[in-house]
Write a protein that binds this ligand. Structure first.
Ligand SMILES: CSC[C@H]1O[C@H](OP(=O)(O)O)[C@H](O)[C@@H]1O
Ligand SMILES: Nc1ncnc2[nH]cnc12
Length: 294
């Protein structure tokens, strides 16, 4: 078993993590370009916790401008084994009222203007995304939500849209007809890249609004979202503090194989790989690229 290092990506409204001991901002370079910000690295009860504000401090980056590859790469370089995304989202279901924390199980990726893989020409790989979320990580989040009496629901499908505009009424109805539960703009390709980097991933999707479909709530409106975000952020800080305090100090094998996703994923023959790309992949895929059998 390896030591657990817990990573937290803070979404809209979450730009710091109070409660981190011995915390400092650390600049980590990535061959994939600029991450959203420096990493806030600290400890909770002796375990390393690494925090990254997804949109950067001050919310400088829109969902389409975020360099998701650099973000996951620097978190991997910092040793993160388990990564929790804390994200704002719209609700596509009556029963998921604003303030509810949804522990997402599945994703539908409708984003189109983003780099979605570390791999490509010169080093091709195909990882499974059938079960994108690590159940043990969700167990830890669920236990913490219970302990902190935070309204939550386990399970649900997150529709990732490109944005930055919110959905039209027709789109909102379409996603509901697909059975989706919540909608946001950031968890894809983040979840795909975490899987390629063999990091266990889970999302806490914090409902801020009913998107545009709900006849009694009218269309989604950013001032209302910001109001709800503030309450959600307080609960999120408590939730994350509790998760970190109770988190297993050793990282157990992931039941859905998140931590071994690259084991049989590489397709390109070792002698045909592009050395420059292999070099860039050092942090993400070094475990499998550097062994003799390729
Ligand atoms: C502030 S509303 C729209 C914005 O909020 C969510 O961001 P994040 O997932 O980082 O919390 C949503 O995906 C949009 O980017
Ligand atoms: N309705 C919504 N659509 C997309 N992203 C969101 N983030 C918060 N609310 C959202």
């Amino acid at each position: 078993m390896t030591k657990s290092v817990l990573g937290i990506i803070g979404g809209s409204g979450i730009y710091e993590l109070p409660g981190l001991e011995k915390a400092e901002w650390v600049k980590v370079e990535s061959p994939w370009g600029e991450p959203s910000d420096e990493l806030r690295i600290g400890e909770v009860g002796g375990m390393t916790v690494v925090f990254l504000p997804r949109h950067g401090r001050g919310h400088r980056l829109s969902p389409s401008d975020i360099n998701y590859r650099a973000n996951i790469d620097v978190l991997k370089r910092a040793g993160v084994t388990d990564l929790i995304s804390v994200s704002a989202c719209g609700s596509l279901k009556e029963e998921l009222a604003p303030g509810t924390f949804v522990l997402v199980e599945q994703f539908i990726d409708r984003t189109f203007a983003r780099e979605k893989s570390f791999f490509g020409a010169g080093c091709v790989a195909h990882v499974s995304m059938a079960y994108p979320v690590s159940p043990k990580l969700v167990d830890a989040i669920e236990a913490a939500a219970r302990a902190e009496s935070i309204r939550h629901r386990r399970g649900g499908t997150y529709l990732a849209m490109e944005g930055p505009q919110f959905s039209s009424l027709a789109e909102s109805h379409l996603y509901r007809s697909w059975g989706c539960d919540v909608i946001g703009m950031t968890n894809m390709p983040e979840a795909k890249l975490a899987r390629e980097a063999e990091i266990c991933y889970a999302t806490v999707a914090m409902v801020t609004d009913y998107d545009s479909w709900h006849p009694e709530h009218g269309e989604v409106d950013i001032t209302m979202i910001i109001r709800v975000l503030k309450d959600n952020a307080e609960n999120a800080q408590r939730l994350v503090g509790r998760i970190a305090k109770d988190f297993p100090r050793e990282h157990p094998a992931c039941p859905v194989g998140s931590d071994t996703a690259l084991e049989y994923a590489l397709m390109t023959a070792p002698d045909m790989r592009d050395p420059a790309l292999a070099e860039k992949l050092g942090a993400v895929a070094g475990r499998v690229l550097n062994r003799n059998d390729g």
